[in-house]
Design a protein around this ligand. Structure first.
Ligand SMILES: NC(=O)c1ccc[n+]([C@@H]2O[C@H](COP(=O)([O-])OP(=O)(O)OC[C@H]3O[C@@H](n4cnc5c(N)ncnc54)[C@H](OP(=O)(O)O)[C@@H]3O)[C@@H](O)[C@H]2O)c1
Length: 271
């Protein structure tokens, strides 16, 4: 199967590397808005025959023999990229987004005449990816969707070659999983970033918190997060809560820290 990667960011970085190890998959093209990023991914995959494209004008792949195009770009770039994207008639177009409905892909064309693409699907790995951190794909849940049974099976089989955890998930359910994932991952990570900032300000080591982070996650996995809450908010310890807010105000690091502390406390107490 000949594969084009449209996007060379965090997800493409890991997925393209994984695909490059599979005998039945051949990465033939990489597109990214910034040429250098596409080149760096090509270097990582270490395959000289890969052709690199960039800029919106470089999105006409109609003359290639691609079987699958993986669209892995920033969600806010979907409209502009899809409106210029042209793929060969039989090429499947699948995106890796948690939030974008599958039907979005119909904005791409299947030929230079502008006929709308028919073979569309979703290949969403429910995990957090950064280029700097290795991932074990075998345990990553893949959410698969297509408007066509045969394509869905193809994408499902491809995902099974990557992971032990593959699911058929509608756009609606994927959107729900995504909002839950934003709380579980992005917001938790931001709260850890606040901890890091506070400790840095007072020249205390973030390492001191690492066992707490690990135990918090382990406990949430073992007994479920709703059974695992501790701390001044759930105990309604007003004196400690007030003291913390005063400390945050005095530190004057970021007005939002106090607001977040108050909102989180109220939210925990209203549970
Ligand atoms: N990162 C995650 O943890 C994660 C997990 C699961 C799914 N996803 C989804 O996978 C997709 C890619 O995410 P990512 O984290 O890999 O993104 P990313 O690292 O930010 O990479 C985004 C790609 O989109 C291109 N791009 C950004 N803005 C653009 C614009 N305005 N016009 C054209 N191209 C643009 C970038 O080009 P240049 O950088 O070369 O300019 C790059 O190739 C998204 O749909 C995301 O929701 C992400």
């Amino acid at each position: 199967m000949n594969v084009i990667f449209i996007g060379a960011g965090n997800v493409a970085w890991h997925l393209a590397s994984l695909f490059s190890e599979k005998e039945n998959l051949e990465i033939t093209h990489i597109w990214s808005r910034t040429k250098e990023n596409a080149e760096i991914l090509k270097e990582k995959i270490d395959k000289k025959s890969i052709q690199v494209y960039h800029s919106l004008e470089g999105l006409d792949f109609s003359k290639t023999d691609a079987d699958l195009a993986i669209l892995s770009i920033a969600d806010n770039a979907f409209e502009s990229v899809l409106s210029k994207l042209i793929l060969p008639k039989n090429c499947i177009l699948a995106h890796t987004s948690g939030s974008q409905p599958m039907q979005m892909l119909q904005k791409a064309s299947q030929n230079v005449l502008g006929e709308k693409i028919e073979k569309i699907g979703v290949f969403y790995p429910l995990q957090t990816f950064s280029k700097a951190k290795q991932v074990d794909f075998s345990q990553i849940p893949f959410c698969i969707e297509s408007n066509d049974k045969e394509i869905e099976e193809k994408l499902f089989t491809l995902a099974q070659e990557c992971s032990e955890k593959v699911f058929k998930v509608s756009s609606k359910d994927r959107g729900i999983l995504h909002v839950a994932a934003v709380f579980a991952c992005n917001f938790s990570n931001y709260l850890w970033t606040i901890s890091e900032t506070i400790l840095k300000e007072k020249k205390l080591p973030f390492d001191m918190l690492k066992p707490l982070l690990e135990e918090t996650l382990q406990k949430a996995l073992e007994i479920n997060p709703s059974n695992a809450q501790t701390g001044p908010a759930i105990r309604n310890d007003k004196k400690v809560i007030e003291k913390h807010i005063n400390m945050l105000e005095e530190m004057n690091l970021d007005d939002n820290f106090c607001q977040i502390y108050r909102l989180m406390t109220e939210s925990i107490q209203n549970k």
